[in-house]
Design a protein around this ligand. Structure first.
Ligand SMILES: Nc1ncnc2c1ncn2[C@@H]1O[C@H](COP(=O)(O)OP(=O)(O)OP(=O)(O)O)[C@@H](O)[C@H]1O
Length: 251
């Protein structure tokens, strides 16, 4: 079998805030076409890691390699233009704009190769609204959507930037079980288009269903990495993170 290409790699990433080490020597690899799950309790350092990768936070030490080049020190918009896109935990649609307009804005920016016309961006936005299941709501005001649709819009905006890699930061938080199942299907469908994905989630059932591999942060340090069944049954992971109720949650 041909060796799989690594599209994104974190190398010994460390982040120090004043008096607090939020990430310590965290290394990981994301392979092409893979869905990698990132889990860990509140405050484990997951969002800090994503912020370092996406350029929102400076890196104290270590490096991020994306498509064979270091992206350390680049601005978030430069990283976005290279095709590495992240979503935010708190969804922030442009208020007063429709679903389609929100997606179109994302479609106009974000490519290093080309500036898209407003007609091209609108066509792309229509296509993406359809892909994520928002076409019935495309003319609705984005700030009036329910939480599940707002999360879908967040996913759509990420796709509008024509990414090669997406980091999804808790796109399933606040959803009911049926909505979670359909979000899992959507993320798999996105992967099937050739996009490589890191998913940060607290919803264990979803993480188990979606991830090819999982890695676990605890107090800013990676404590486990591997196939979902192995990682979720790892004693250290259960003890450190998941607690007594965990087995009920994933079974
Ligand atoms: N800008 C900041 N300045 C100082 N400390 C910070 C900053 N951002 C995060 N931290 C601290 O770094 C640690 C890791 O936080 P982070 O938000 O990365 O965790 P997380 O795993 O994403 O948590 P959650 O699951 O709650 O989102 C926490 O102790 C947090 O208080």
């Amino acid at each position: 079998m041909a060796e799989r290409k690594v599209v994104l790699e974190g190398k010994e990433l460390t982040k120090d805030f004043k008096g607090l080490r939020a990430n310590e020597n965290v290394s990981f690899k994301l392979f092409e076409g893979e869905i990698l799950g990132l889990i860990g309790p509140n405050g484990a350092g997951k969002t800090t890691l994503v912020n370092m990768i996406s350029g929102a936070l400076s890196i104290s030490s270590g490096d991020v390699i994306y498509n064979d080049r270091s992206i350390k020190g680049l601005k978030p918009y430069q990283i976005g233009r290279l095709g590495l896109i992240r979503t935010y935990q708190i969804v922030k649609p442009f208020p007063g704009m429709s679903v389609l307009e929100n997606i179109s804005v994302g479609a106009m920016f974000g490519s290093k190769d080309k500036v898209y016309s407003s007609r091209e961006s609108k066509e792309k936005a229509e296509e993406i609204a359809d892909f994520v299941g928002l076409s019935d709501l495309k003319n609705q005001r984005a700030d009036q959507l329910n939480i599940a649709s707002k999360k879908r819009l967040e996913i759509a905006k990420a796709l509008a930037a024509r990414p090669k890699v997406v980091l999804f930061d808790e796109v399933m938080a606040g959803l009911n079980p049926k909505e979670i199942d359909s979000a899992v299907q959507l993320i798999k469908k996105i992967r099937d288009t050739g996009i490589s994905i890191i998913v940060i989630e607290h919803v264990m059932r979803a993480i188990k269903a979606i991830s090819d591999r999982i890695f676990v942060l605890h107090h800013g340090v990676k404590i486990a990495e591997g196939e979902p069944d192995d990682v979720l049954n790892d004693e250290e992971v259960i003890k450190a993170y998941l607690g007594k109720r965990y087995k009920q949650l994933v079974s």
